[in-house]
Each structure stands twice: as structure tokens, then as C-alpha cells.
Design a protein around this ligand. Structure first.
Ligand SMILES: [Zn+2]
Ligand SMILES: [Zn+2]
Length: 647
């Protein structure tokens, strides 16, 4: 008998060679139907793997990330089999599961595959799936594995196998198909009930453009047809919310080939939106004890050699700017931190002066490859909502809590309710990898964990994920479509204070190094606006909307009254505009809806006579007529219920 420990801590005895599926059956028939994958003592196993020792077993269903991974990994095998059957002679390379689905990189030789071929491939996959073929793992010797793929003339798999240790190589068989594989499958192909191939794109073997170009076929699969339908609807919605599309429709930003790729141009409405975001954060930061600083867009090359940023960005980024003076070189700044270090260095500090918190909406420039550029999320010039806190090691605890408060305030005010955090710590096995004393690292790591606990964050700890210069805390938000975005980083730094020789006089009258914290709740204005656009679909919180209301006159006769209403609203600090065009009211409403203006105020004879407005809310419809003052109160109440002052 063997003892199996389940995640809830319960221990059950089973006969030796029982499988994870046997364990599931012993718990309930329902669970057995839903189990698709398992791990034993932390290692991925098949649901049919005989268990021979005591150990910890976790059973996964479609509702776990691990379950989905097994599902999509298995689906990649089925895709590979379908391609081999439909396109004899194709060479398979690698085909992993990804966050949403799977792909397979294939050398199609002289044959071409495009989206029009997808339905036939999908049908083939479903036909294979219906055969309910089991996935069976077997060990092969390196020699046998090599000869199997050499016989097929598949130099890619041969290369993969050559890099593996003999004795660790496994193949997976299902139906008539065999693939090199490490395992982790669903019980049989019959679980795959719905398949959709999403795209085909060029991909270089091993991601190296010197290598052969392959075709990467992306797909996704589901245990139910209904789930595929929901997923496709979500994709449709994501397309509608694409920030590049919305940015154009709402006239927020544009790009110009003349100005240069990856250099966004903010249009008046976008600039106003951005300005409001900056004011919002500046106001909160002022309350939190930050001081605003300003630094230039360039700096001497030496500055970035000192900071180490030249080593990181120099060769691969914008090249130095030369001046009429020989040997003089400047760089577009890739980071604001070096400038802020020199601001700190402008005068001597005592421990009583700390912490110093310098904030700047600082624009930085990095040369991203043109293939990597994407709307506002990947650009070559962007403005960080940057700040650097210089404090004593003892103050880290308090400072971390304050920064978390600020980040949570930002998320709350902008409607991001669903977020998690990740704490990245050093790898205790490799202390030499890190700069700064062990004592200070412990202080900083404890400060982060204490702060995260005290603030009730839902966080995970990743050991070994810290940068060489300090531990950090990252926030991930989930948007309205369930997609994850990284927002808001808080990073401790022991490196730059060292490199810039920063100091303060301690209570012992001796000089000490301050600790530096980098933090940016938005990340960058560009990326944040992009995420906010996709999260809200352009229906920003009312306080942030470029226009909060539009006054629609029923005819030219009411032009004067419309202007009067506008004046009254402006007195109440409501951003409004008038549509006095000689168009039908129906058309004016449709356009205002398309522009996502939150409130439409219709004015005609009755309204003028009674000094009222007829109010329509975007996406909701008629709210009836009310006095201008009542409408202003309605708007301001909604704003103050969403946007609370900081602290
Ligand atoms: Zn596999
Ligand atoms: Zn920084």
C-alpha cells in the first residue's frame, strides 16, 4: 500500500500502482469525469501514471491553469498529427501550450498553409479527437530517438535530441502518431470537443533570424463547444476595444511616419486626458510628501556610464548625440534615475531630512525593434510617472506601505478592482549574484512582505526573481476581459546609491548610504492610457472623460439657450460642448453615443420655457428632464463617489 496526501492535507491509502485517476474515482465519480491532469510530488504526471511511492498528489481540472496547460499541450499533439496527415512530409519542430491555447512551429517545405486551410485542419483535428486515443508515454534511448527522426529527415528534432541527456528522453504516442515530449497530457483525445486555429505566422527556428523560417500555427481548444463560442466572443470584444482603434475613433493620439515609428503624437483630447491623469497623481503625490522635480531629456554619456544604463541600453538603443565640440557626447535619457541621483547629490543631507521623494513625469527614449512596436504599449519615447525615494534602511518599511497605499488609490480611482501582486526576492543559494549587504537585503525583503501583509495584498512570492540590485513588488491587474497586465512596480535599489556615491549623515555623525526606491504606479502614461482604453472600452471614469456632456439643440432656434446651459455647466466645472449643427436630433444622439460622451442634454422649446434639460446617459438611455443645477449635482455626485481624495 502507498500513502497519498491530497492538497487539503488528508491522507488516504491506496494499492501500489494505483493511478491519479484511481484516486479521483475514490473521491467522486464527478471528480473522475473532470480530472484531466495531475502532479505528484511537484512533478507533472499523467492521470494513468502508476504511483509507486508515498507522496503528495494534486488533481487538476479544466478550471486550473495546470489543467488547461495539459489540455492545450495535448491539443498541440493533435494539431501536429493532423498536419502530418494532411501535408505529408512536413517537419514538426516545437509545439508548446501558451497562456491562451497552443502553437506548433512547422517546416512545411514547398507547401504553403494559410487561414483558408484552417477549416480542413480543424475538421481533421476533431476527427482525431473523436477517436478517444490515449496518450502513452515511453522512454527511448538517445540513439533510438535520433535514428527515429533521422529516418524522417527531421533535422530540427535531431538538434533538440542532441541537446538532451541519454536516459531522460521520452516519446508520447497517441493513435498512429509519435512526438518527442516530456509529458503532461489529458487522459485521451476525446476530451477535445472544440478547436479553432487562430493564425499562421512566420517564426524563425529557435527565434534566431539567421535560422530557417518556419510557419507557426496558433490554435485554441476547449472541452465544450460553448466555451469556444464564449472565447471567440471575447476575442471580438477585444478587437473592438483595441486601443489603437479606439485611440483613432476618439481622437486621442496618432502616429506619423514622418515623425518616426514608435513616437506617439497626442491629439488635443488625448493630451487633455493625459494632463488630467497627471494632475490626479500629482495631487495624491503632494499629499504623500513627494516633491516635483524636472530634468532634461538628455544627459552626458558619462552619466549613464556611471549609472550602468549605458551598458544596458547604449549599443542597442539610440546612439550618442555629438556636438561641435570633439569628444563631447550626450544620450537621450533611457531612465530618469541618474538625474534624480544628481538632484539628491546637490546638497548634503542628514538622517533627519530623509526620506526625500522626488517625482517627475519624465520622458525617456529607448530604441525598440520596429517589429516590437505596438500602438501605445511599445513605443520609443514615453513618459514615466516616475519617482525616486531616498531613505534610511529603517524607513523602508514605512515607505513601502505608503507607496502601496498610493498604488491602490490609483487602481481604485480608475476602476481596476481585480489585481494581484508578486514579491520578487533574491535566490538565497546565490548570494554573490547580488549587490548590497545580506543584512540590508533581509531588511528590504521583510519590509516588502510586511507591507504586503499589512495592506492585505493577494500576493505570491517568487524566490530568485529579484534584480541584482534589489527586491521588488509588481502589481498585475486583470482588465474587463480577464486579460492580465503588469502595472505599478515598486523596486528597491542598492546599486545606484553606490554608483552615485549618495550619502546622508546618520545620528552617529558618520556618513551612510541611503536606500533608493523606484516606483511608477502607471508605469508610463502611454502604456497606462492604452490599458485603460482596453479596460474601459473608452468609457473612462466620468472624472477623466475628455467631455462629460454634450448639449444637443433640437433646432437652431434654441442655440442661445444651449449656450446658456453650457455657461451654467462651466460654472460648475463640468466639461461640456454644444452641438448646434442643423442635423436631426437622432443623428446628433447617434454621434454622441459613438463618441462615448457620458451625458447628452437635449434642449428645445419645453426645456427653454422651464429652464431644464432632457438628459440621456450613454449606454443607458433617458433619465428625464431636470434643472441644469440638478444635472450638475448629478454629475458632481457621481464624480465624488468614484474619485475620493487620497488619504
Ligand atoms: Zn506531449
Ligand atoms: Zn528609477
Amino acid at each position: 500500500m502507498i500513502k497519498i496526501t491530497l492538497p487539503d492535507g488528508s491522507v488516504k491509502e491506496f494499492e501500489k500502482n494505483s493511478t491519479p485517476m484511481d484516486v479521483a474515482k475514490s473521491i467522486s465519480e464527478g471528480l473522475a469525469r473532470n480530472v484531466i491532469s495531475a502532479s505528484f510530488n511537484g512533478e507533472t504526471v499523467e492521470t494513468a501514471t502508476p504511483l509507486t511511492t508515498d507522496g503528495n498528489l494534486v488533481l487538476y481540472t479544466w478550471n486550473n491553469d495546470e489543467g488547461k496547460k495539459a489540455f492545450w499541450h495535448s491539443s498541440a499533439h493533435v494539431l501536429a498529427q493532423a498536419l502530418e496527415e494532411l501535408y505529408p512530409g512536413v517537419k514538426l519542430t516545437i509545439g508548446p501550450a501558451i497562456d491562451n491555447g497552443f502553437y506548433y512551429d512547422v517546416d512545411f517545405g514547398d507547401q504553403a498553409v494559410s487561414e483558408k486551410d484552417f477549416p480542413a485542419i480543424e475538421n481533421k483535428m476533431l476527427e482525431i479527437a473523436r477517436g478517444k486515443h490515449e496518450f502513452n508515454m515511453r522512454s527511448v534511448s538517445k540513439a533510438d530517438a535520433l535514428s527515429y527522426y533521422k529516418d524522417q529527415g527531421n533535422e530540427f528534432k535531431v538538434e533538440l535530441i542532441e541537446n538532451l541527456e541519454d536516459g531522460t528522453i521520452t516519446f508520447c504516442d497517441h493513435a498512429t502518431f509519435t512526438d518527442l515530449c516530456r509529458g503532461g497530457h489529458i487522459p485521451n483525445t476525446g476530451y477535445i470537443k472544440a478547436v479553432k486555429l487562430l493564425s499562421a505566422a512566420g517564426a524563425y527556428w529557435r527565434g534566431d533570424e539567421k535560422n530557417k523560417q518556419l510557419t507557426r500555427v496558433y490554435g485554441i481548444s476547449f472541452p465544450k463547444q460553448k466555451e469556444l463560442k464564449e472565447y471567440l466572443a471575447l476575442l471580438e470584444e477585444a478587437k473592438k476595444r483595441d486601443h489603437r482603434k479606439l485611440g483613432k475613433e476618439l481622437e486621442l493620439f496618432t502616429f506619423s511616419a514622418k515623425v518616426g515609428q514608435g513616437l506617439p503624437l497626442w491629439l488635443p483630447k488625448g493630451a487633455a486626458l493625459r494632463e488630467r491623469l497627471e494632475q490626479f497623481l500629482k495631487k495624491a503625490q503632494q499629499k504623500a510628501g513627494y516633491e516635483q522635480v524636472v530634468s532634461p531629456h538628455i544627459g552626458q554619456k558619462e552619466l549613464y556610464v556611471t549609472s550602468g544604463h549605458y551598458a544596458k541600453y547604449g549599443e542597442d538603443s539610440f546612439q550618442p548625440i555629438h556636438t561641435p565640440k570633439e569628444d563631447e557626447e550626450f544620450l537621450l535619457k533611457p531612465m530618469n534615475c541618474p538625474h534624480h541621483c544628481e538632484i539628491y547629490n546637490a546638497k548634503p543631507w542628514s538622517y533627519k531630512d530623509l526620506p526625500k521623494r522626488y517625482a517627475e513625469f519624465g520622458t525617456v527614449y529607448r530604441y525598440e525593434q520596429s517589429g516590437e512596436l505596438h500602438g501605445l504599449t511599445r513605443v520609443r519615447g514615453f513618459t514615466q510617472d516616475d519617482a525616486h525615494i531616498f531613505c534610511t534602511p529603517e524607513q523602508l518599511d514605512e515607505e513601502f506601505k505608503n507607496v502601496i497605499d498610493l498604488v491602490l488609490y490609483v487602481f481604485g480611482s480608475l476602476g481596476f478592482e481585480n489585481f494581484t501582486a508578486q514579491v520578487s526576492l533574491r535566490d538565497p543559494e546565490n548570494p554573490d549574484k547580488y549587490i548590497g549587504s545580506t543584512e540590508n537585503w533581509e531588511k528590504a525583503e521583510n519590509a516588502i512582505i510586511n507591507a504586503a501583509n499589512e495592506k492585505g495584498l493577494n500576493y505570491v512570492i517568487e524566490t530568485g526573481e529579484a534584480a541584482f540590485y534589489g527586491p521588488k513588488l509588481d502589481f498585475m491587474v486583470k482588465d474587463a476581459l480577464g486579460r492580465k497586465w503588469q502595472l505599478g512596480t515598486i523596486q528597491v535599489d542598492y546599486n545606484l546609491p553606490e554608483r552615485f556615491d549618495l550619502s546622508y549623515k546618520g545620528s552617529d555623525d558618520k556618513l551612510h548610504r541611503p536606500v533608493m526606491i523606484h516606483r511608477a504606479p502607471f508605469g508610463s502614461m502611454e502604456r497606462f492610457v492604452a490599458i485603460l482604453l482596453e479596460h474601459t472600452g473608452g468609457n473612462f471614469p466620468l472624472w477623466l472623460m475628455p467631455e462629460q456632456a454634450i448639449i444637443l439643440s433640437l433646432s437652431e432656434k434654441y442655440e442661445k439657450y444651449a449656450e446658456k446651459v453650457l455657461n451654467l455647466l462651466e460654472n460648475d466645472e463640468i466639461r461640456a460642448l454644444v452641438d448646434n449643427r442643423n442635423e436631426t436630433i437622432g443623428k446628433k444622439i447617434r454621434e454622441a453615443e459613438m463618441n462615448k460622451i457620458p451625458f447628452m442634454l437635449i434642449v428645445g422649446e419645453n426645456e427653454e420655457k422651464e429652464a431644464t434639460v432632457s438628459v440621456r446617459k450613454h449606454g443607458e438611455g433617458d433619465l428625464g428632464s431636470m434643472s441644469v443645477k440638478s444635472f450638475a449635482d448629478l454629475v458632481n455626485n457621481e464624480i465624488s463617489s468614484n474619485l475620493k481624495p487620497f488619504k
